[in-house]
Design a protein around this ligand. Structure first.
Ligand code: AP5
Ligand code: ZN
Length: 214
């Protein structure tokens, strides 16, 4: 099962990816997590990506296509994967499909911008794993601490309200056209496309996804 999670920053892609990973046993490929790991490791890619990400801008299409091509070739992706945060532009989608990577299902998470701005203010993440929490809607068992490792949770560098609004604007301009792109592929029978109402509770959305993909 090869799945794309498509949606604005804060739409709940990472949260539902954690659920789908557990439920269907396929890995999450979060390009944002991959870039944050590169920044932490101080690699060449990380050095290039940091300023771009902190400003809420997008890393170049060529770099992203290269990263994903390499990652999906890994053994753990043989039975499928969850693409979280990729593709994010039409050229990224074209590059992926040109490389022979086909997709079974696109899940589009639709959430109102103001709901997103409010959610991001309460997000906490575990940098090591990318696990994501919300101080009210999805709190860890112990405040400020990751459930699995017991390590400290942090606020992401790009979660300042001003940066979130910038990321939303870039989403509407550069990523939203992918909705029409994949609807068209679905009409041609080349993939499936489902729009998910992401304004609802985490558990309700998870239940719908489980049913859809079963
Ligand atoms: P990335 O890490 O992909 O960030 P994003 O797409 O902006 O999405 P987020 O991770 O912010 O949100 P999410 O949808 O995963 O929501 P979450 O589940 O955490 O990318 C970061 C940056 O990297 C980009 O800005 C760019 O610079 C670069 N980049 C990455 N990929 C790239 C690419 N392909 N091309 C170019 N550049 C790229 O949920 C958010 C919060 O809400 C959490 O606190 C969560 O607990 C809570 N929540 C989730 N669902 C619900 C719900 N139903 N009800 C209430 N609260 C909820
Ligand atoms: Zn995410």
């Amino acid at each position: 099962m090869r799945i794309i999670l498509l949606g604005a920053p804060g739409a709940g892609k990472g949260t539902q990816a954690q659920f789908l990973m557990k439920t269907f046993g396929i890995p999450q490929i979060s390009t944002g997590d991959m870039l944050r790991a590169a920044i932490k490791a101080g690699t060449e890619l990380g050095l290039q990506a940091k300023a771009v990400m902190d400003a809420g801008q997008l890393v170049s299409d060529d770099i992203m296509i290269g990263l994903v091509k390499e990652r999906v070739a890994a053994e753990d992706c043989a039975n499928g994967f969850l693409l979280d945060g990729f593709p994010r532009t039409i050229p990224q989608a074209d590059g992926m499909h040109a490389a022979g990577i086909d997709i079974d299902c696109v899940l589009e998470f639709d959430v109102a911008d103001e709901v997103i701005v409010a959610r991001m203010a309460g997000r906490r993440v575990h940098p090591g794993s990318g696990r994501v929490y919300h101080i009210e809607h999805n709190p860890p068992q112990v405040e400020g601490v990751d459930d699995v490792t017991g390590e400290e949770l942090v606020i992401r560098a790009d979660d300042k309200e001003e940066t979130v609004r910038k990321r939303l604007a870039i989403y509407h301009e550069q990523t939203e056209p992918l909705i029409a792109y994949y609807r068209k592929l679905a009409e041609q029978g080349k993939t499936k496309f489902h729009r998910i109402d992401g304004n609802r509770d985490v558990e309700l959305i998870s239940a719908e996804l489980k049913q859809l993909l079963a």
